[in-house]
Design a binder for this molecule. Sequence first.
Ligand SMILES: *Cc1c(COP(=O)(O)O)cnc(C)c1O
Length: 381
Amino acid sequence: MIGFSTKAIHGGISEDATTGAVSVPIFRSSTFKQNAPAHPIGNFEYARSGNPTRLAVEKLIADLEEGLAGFAFASGLAGISAVFATFKAGDHIVMTDDVYGGTFRALDKVFTKFGLTYTLVDLSDLTAISSALTENTVAIYAETPSNPLLKIIDIAGISEIAEAHQLLTIVDNTFATPYLQKPLTLGADLVVHSGTKYLGGHSDVVSGFVVAKTQELADDVQFNQNALGGVLGPDDSWLVQRGIKTLALRMARHTESAAVIADFLAASDKVAKVYYPGLSSHKGHEIAARQMSGFGGMMSFELADGTNAAAFVQSLRYFTLAESLGGVESLIEVPALMTHASIPADLRAASGIADGLIRLSVGIEDLDDLLADLKEAFEKI
Ligand SMILES: *Cc1c(COP(=O)(O)O)cnc(C)c1O
């Protein structure tokens, strides 16, 4: 089997067979010529249903996640919505309690209108799952490491429970990427991604992916991709494919720098708590060490004086105050005020997201500059 970096560059469709172009061309054509009615010249008819540039990145993400088929969407939420839309009224989903805010909003504010129901559970505690299951439960939805508390969910553990009850296991692999973790090989059925984050990697494209393990699931997702239409355009497909070519290099650097920064924060008397799965003090450290090949570039922390979060995040030079994550540049944010503001305050508090929690996305700048930036900001508070 070839290595991950080789696969990221040569996997999927990596060149153009007709011209020899080593970068897949951007096919902007919205429609494709047919020889006779219903007999297209190639494999494409209309670009919502299929586009060669999109297909290249779809095959690539399927290869990297070791799935059967991949599907590219206009955003992570478009992909996640296409998965939710495979269910029917009355179906019940067990979902991790500190799920990405937008995923919660889609389920809670949109899909419940069409009869889906859900229960939020701390999936890092496997024993909590069984009491949440009902006779209508169809799926367990996990996000690991989770956002923003970096909770670790035992993918093999929940997949085993799901299989015993004939439920699907869906894993949001945005934080880890297939470079660090491959949920389908651990028993999951579907992987979802915000490609906006590490896959694209340069904060210049919004995208989403779904990877299916079986033909039946692939057919369901493909049907919804075409029927609901939230597809990724050819230019954006090309950008994500280009991003993925350096995914391995970037993830290795993000991970290396994050480990040092997590140690630095943990040792600082200005910091009350650090959430990073690479720290041996982290509750999910052992499971993370088992199911991930590295601990990634995301972490969050609380200041010793929790009221200073807003001032702190404004006093950094290289950590840009912004939502999103996973780009080459370091980002910082306050989840309660920004990415997770759409989760009601009581639910946020119940799942441990303090108002003063600060989330870091460690970029690939020189580590010394990042450390100096943090040190300076600490001195100011
Ligand atoms: C950003 C994000 C999403 C949503 O993706 P979009 O591309 O913004 O629609 C879903 N899950 C996680 C973990 C995310 O970070």
